[in-house]
Design a protein around this ligand. Structure first.
Ligand code: LRH
Ligand code: MN
Ligand code: MN
Length: 387
């Protein structure tokens, strides 16, 4: 065993929330590829997500996206989730697929459109009250495409006013989580482009407002772990949307493009007290455009677990001593030793000791679930993208 038992105990506390939309059809603006067996409604998305938890023990909750996951009864959906061994988690709002929002939603200059966007968020809070969700996650497509198109400063003021109206409605134990993204679909400026803007906006609201860091929402070369450190230091890191990217907001499997970056991010989470801390939610925000979706999610949560195990292996005492003595190469060596440690065998043993399959990917493949849904489900939905 390479992993000490105290570390294995910490790993047992890991929980990664899955996005309901990862199970539906998705694609790029060029083509959405339909797959056999995709869910026909939110209930089936939850059933699929439950398979990921069943085989890994890592994914006990599922995030919803409204209106993609609109259902007549959220208490029915909640019961369905619980019957399948999972919970409903974060509620994501959507103000990016309505013609009214072409020039902005909560930042729009027209008070009618702003109010419509605010009302959508209030509806999301009503849903959270039924699903038992804590977090309202807001990502805004708001922004402009051309210099001079609108006044950036007035938009920032309107953003504050609208977020305040939404914040007011939160229950005592609920949170507003504001996600930033530096481009797309707006290409000149976005109204919440970076962690600093998100931090400034949520700080102006109060303690129940925090920042969401989506790993795909930064310029190439950005030192994301520095942002993690800073937000934890400021007590404002609310959640992660994990995914990986080669070029833009690719939404690929987390840890697929750059496992070392994922390791460095989790290392800072651990360093900053954000690991196994309910205030810092680990979530995935991914699409599986060409690969099968349930195994794509299984691979994703395993990647997060693997890099977490390696980050927890860093000998912090030795690292602190090397840093204090200015031993650059020793300090770097300690971090790299942990990164290069192969923990897969230990994690397989850990899974078996908890009654889980040693190899969740092959266990899922052998379970017959994929074949069953491909036969039984006809006419699956498209995650929401383009729907
Ligand atoms: C925007 C985003 C945001 C949305 C999700 C579907 O790029 O990351 O989190 O809600 O994609
Ligand atoms: Mn996201
Ligand atoms: Mn994104």
């Amino acid at each position: 065993m390479t992993i000490p038992s105290a570390t294995l105990d910490l790993l047992s506390q890991q929980a990664i929330e899955l996005p309901s939309w990862a199970f539906g059809n998705s694609g790029t603006r060029f083509k959405v590829f339909g797959q056999a067996g995709v869910p026909r409604d939110p209930f089936e998305k939850i059933s699929d997500a439950a398979q990921v938890h069943k085989h890994t023990g890592l994914a006990p909750s599922v995030a919803l996206h409204i209106p993609w996951d609109k259902v007549p009864s959220y208490s029915d959906l909640r019961r369905h989730a619980e019957d399948n061994g999972v919970k409903l988690g974060t509620v994501n709002s959507n103000t990016f697929q309505d013609d009214d929002y072409k020039l902005g939603s909560v930042t729009h200059s027209d008070p009618r459109i702003r109010q419509k966007a605010i009302d959508h968020h209030l509806e999301c809070i009503d849903i959270m009250n039924e699903t038992g969700s804590r977090d309202l996650k807001i990502w805004l497509a708001d922004g402009t495409n051309y210099p001079g198109q609108d006044d950036m400063r007035s938009r920032q003021d309107r953003l504050h006013d609208s977020l305040s109206a939404i914040y007011e409605r939160l229950g005592e134990h609920q949170r507003l989580v504001l996600e930033y993204k530096f481009f797309e679909p707006a290409f000149y400026h976005t109204d919440v482009p970076d962690w600093g803007t998100s931090y400034a906006q949520v700080s102006a609201l109060g303690d129940k407002a925090v920042v969401c860091l989506d790993t795909g929402h930064h310029a190439p070369g950005t030192n994301i772990e520095f942002i993690v450190m800073q937000l934890l230091r400021l007590g404002k890191l609310g959640s992660f949307d994990f995914n990986s990217r080669f070029y833009a907001d690719d939404d690929l499997i987390v840890g697929a493009a750059d496992p070392f970056q994922l390791f460095r991010i989790i290392l800072e989470v651990v360093r900053g007290g954000g690991y196994a801390n309910p205030d810092v939610a680990f979530m995935l925000d991914q699409c599986h455009n060409i690969e099968k979706k349930v195994p794509g999610q299984i691979r994703s949560v395993l990647n997060v677990q693997e890099m977490t195990a390696r980050a927890l292996l860093v000998d912090r005492d030795a690292l602190g001593a090397a840093q204090a003595s200015g031993d650059v190469l020793a300090a770097n060596g300690i971090v790299m030793d942990a990164f290069y440690t192969d923990v897969r065998g230990d994690l397989a043993d850990w899974r078996e000791s908890r009654g889980l399959p040693a190899d969740p990917m092959s266990a899922y493949a052998a379970s017959g679930y994929q074949q069953r849904i491909e036969q039984e489900r006809v006419g699956g939905t498209q995650a929401g993208w383009g729907a």
